[in-house]
Design a binder for this molecule. Structure first.
Ligand code: HQG
Length: 178
């Protein structure tokens, strides 16, 4: 069952963050899709409202939200397609962390942390999360970000509903290996 839920979660991430077009799913400009339409257009996996609700509720990173009306679903972050997450700039804690792989370090220390395929650079308040995120790509390295100095210098930070901190970029001057 867990494997099936994980498979559906990955499928929903693919559709709602990256390729809704692959099944002709429409997203509004805040990234919401109709749950009925999603079920109707999905042919590869057997989806039902009930299973979607279970995936959303049990997801380890709370990757998705269902609208108050219960009719729509969206990914909370991680998009590569252009959508407006409708988040207001929020004051971050003085320091945040970014987990990366050791092989990216040289480039990051030279160019800073850049958003790659995503909308934003993803940061976290948790050292454990940073370590897990960095381990996805190799030997993890944790970078400590001087978010306080960045705010002073005019950078906006946003916090998603699942506690991921987003920022446009982190210049080398604001980071150190922790
Ligand atoms: C690295 C998952 C070289 C960056 C996770 C990262 C996270 C550079 C990789 C969320 C660089 C991009 C985001 C530079 C950045 N030179 N490498 N100048 N700047 N990088 O996956 O932060 O499961 O796009 O350090 O749990 O790893 O999708 O970003 O290693 O929360 O919900 O380029 O994705 O969440 O990788 O992960 P990603 P990320 P989900």
């Amino acid at each position: 069952m867990d494997q099936q839920l994980k498979k559906i979660s990955k499928y929903l991430s693919f559709l709602l963050r990256h390729k809704p077009d692959s099944i002709g799913l429409r997203l509004d400009n805040q990234g919401w899709a109709s749950i009925d339409e999603l079920i109707e257009l999905t042919t590869d996996i057997k989806l039902s409202r009930e299973i979607i609700e279970i995936v959303v509720e049990t997801n380890d990173k709370q990757r998705f939200s269902i609208s108050d009306t219960g009719t729509k679903i969206k990914a909370n972050q991680g998009h590569s397609i252009t959508i407006d997450l409708n988040l207001a700039p929020t004051e971050p804690p003085a320091h945040l962390y970014h987990g990366t792989a050791s092989r990216f370090l040289e480039s990051i220390l030279e160019k800073g942390i850049t958003k790659q395929q995503r909308h934003h650079v993803h940061l976290t308040e948790s050292l454990a999360v940073a370590k897990a995120v960095g381990s996805r790509y190799g030997k993890p390295v944790i970078l400590c970000i001087d978010s306080q100095a960045m705010v002073k210098d005019g950078f906006d930070f946003f916090k998603t509903t699942n506690n991921v901190w987003l920022v446009d970029e982190v210049l080398p001057a604001y980071l150190k290996v922790s």
